[in-house]
Design a protein around this ligand. Structure first.
Ligand code: NAP
Length: 431
């Protein structure tokens, strides 16, 4: 590190000068953290990326090697994707350089191996921005409440989905209108698949399982379901049940076993709950500890500036000589089996061509599967040729509902495939 009035400055090289990279450079160039010095920016075809608001001393380069040869103390990996990001992080650690990354896909898949490498090399590998953007949840779990034994983590981890669902709920617009709106405002990518199908939240949940529950799971083992089948009418029925609809990431320890219950899927949650109150692009992580009970962390989970705050806070931790993380205990474990099965009351919405006997037919299937119907709801004023109605089920296993719904889906009265969502309150979603 170079000298700053007797103090050492931490030389920082940014790899990837996109949304987050530029926001990091803005903070570093603002002068509020004199202990951090931006020395290099690396990006493919870097000439078109140059800006005049960083120090003229900054070196702009196409080559990642220049960062390693340039005696930077910390590399900030912000190119995204798995390759070459993984190789760049590895080579930086091997070269004795600390690494800060916002890359959830890399950390969720090979974070344990990279953490081992970092510990062996005696260097930091920090990734606060990889989960829930600007919310310092990784540090909170590792330090703030590390004395507790966490048993459950629930979160809204994808701001794009939360924005779309909140718009549908509050503005009564369709999924595609809410998505277009999100794209116009820069809250959704041109290809929103990763977000709306739950893959983004899946990777973040895998990281939280490791950091918070001390377990390892394969990212792809966490079942996901998309928010795309949700319709505006579902919010009206959810409201009648005192609920809103959110994309929920859920993980829970199955004590004394090598299994972790986990899933990412849209669900009804009580309007007044911590999860239900989070709207727009915000995120929340709610953890349950054996001793400390429920603790919630919320804020902006994405966006250049909130994410950059998390990145720069990691850089400050490095420059201030924060203790190195030990090899995380979960890195030595095999991967847990992921249990997708959980128990909860359920919400089922049918869109049908009306005729007598439909509810009786469905009720017969539920009864055969040992499922109790809690209520049947039908809003007035719909056409008989495209009629929505809702059945709520008493608490039962998700695989039993799935089996019953596989049968019901074959019946001839559907205009569109039925939708089923769990109703998750504080006690639900458990085995
Ligand atoms: N944006 C957010 O709100 C947010 C929040 C949390 C975490 N993150 C994570 O932060 C990371 C960066 O996200 P972002 O939104 O800033 O992405 P972005 O806007 O797409 O920026 C990525 C930058 O890296 C460059 N790049 C990509 N591949 C490269 C390669 N192989 N060699 C050299 N340069 C390369 C891109 O150059 P081109 O201009 O040529 O494409 C672009 O300038 C990702 O891991 C993302 O998941 C983002």
């Amino acid at each position: 590190m170079s000298d700053l009035k007797g103090k050492r400055r931490c030389r920082v090289g940014i790899a990837g000068f996109g949304t987050v990279g530029q926001a990091v450079a803005r903070i570093l160039s603002s002068g509020i953290h004199p202990e951090l010095q931006l020395t290099h920016v690396c990006n493919r075809n870097v000439a078109r990326k140059r800006v005049d608001w960083v120090s003229p001393d900054v070196i702009w380069t196409d080559s990642f090697e220049d960062l390693l040869d340039g005696e930077v103390d910390a590399v900030v990996e912000l190119i995204g994707g798995i390759s070459p990001a993984t190789e760049w992080i590895e080579s930086a650690l091997k070269a004795g350089t600390a690494v800060v990354t916002a890359n959830k896909q890399v950390i969720a898949r090979v974070g344990g191996t990279l953490a081992n490498l970092a510990a062996t090399q005696g260097r930091h590998l920090l990734f606060e921005a990889a989960v829930a953007g600007g919310i310092p949840v990784v540090r909170a779990l590792r330090e703030g409440i590390s004395s507790d034994r966490l048993v459950r983590i629930q979160g809204i981890l994808n701001g794009t989905c939360n924005y779309i669902l909140t718009q549908m709920e509050q503005e009564h617009v369709s999924f595609s209108e809410a998505l277009s709106d999100a794209q116009r405002l820069g809250f959704a990518e041109a290809d929103p698949t990763e977000d709306v199908d739950g893959l983004d939240a899946q990777a973040k949940l895998a990281i939280l399982i490791s950091v918070g529950l001390g377990r390892r799971v394969e990212v792809e083992d966490i079942p996901v379901s998309a928010i795309t089948p949700i319709e505006t009418v579902d919010f009206a029925y959810a409201r009648r049940l005192g609920c809103v609809i959110r994309q929920i990431a859920h993980a829970e320890l199955v004590v004394d076993s090598e299994r972790t219950r986990a899933f990412v899927q849209p669900a009804l949650v009580p309007e007044a709950s911590s999860l239900g109150r989070v709207g727009g692009t915000k995120n929340i992580v709610v953890v349950d500890g054996e001793f400390g009970g429920e603790t919630a962390f919320s804020g902006y989970g994405a966006g250049g500036e909130p994410t950059a705050v998390a990145v720069v806070s990691d850089l400050l931790a490095i420059s201030r000589g924060a203790p190195l993380a030990q090899i995380p205990p979960e890195a030595g474990r095999g991967t847990d089996l992921v249990l997708p099965e959980f128990e909860a009351p359920h919400y089922l919405r049918f869109m049908i061509r009306d005729r007598p006997g439909i509810i009786a037919t469905a009720a017969e299937v539920f009864s055969r599967h040992g499922i109790n119907i809690d209520a049947v709801l039908q809003e007035p004023g719909w056409s008989k040729t495209e009629l929505p109605f809702v059945v709520t089920l008493e608490r039962c296993g998700s695989s039993v509902v799935s089996a019953a719904m596989d049968e019901i889906r074959q019946l001839d009265f559907h205009v569109r495939p039925p939708l089923w969502l769990p109703i998750l309150s504080a006690e639900e979603g458990r085995g």
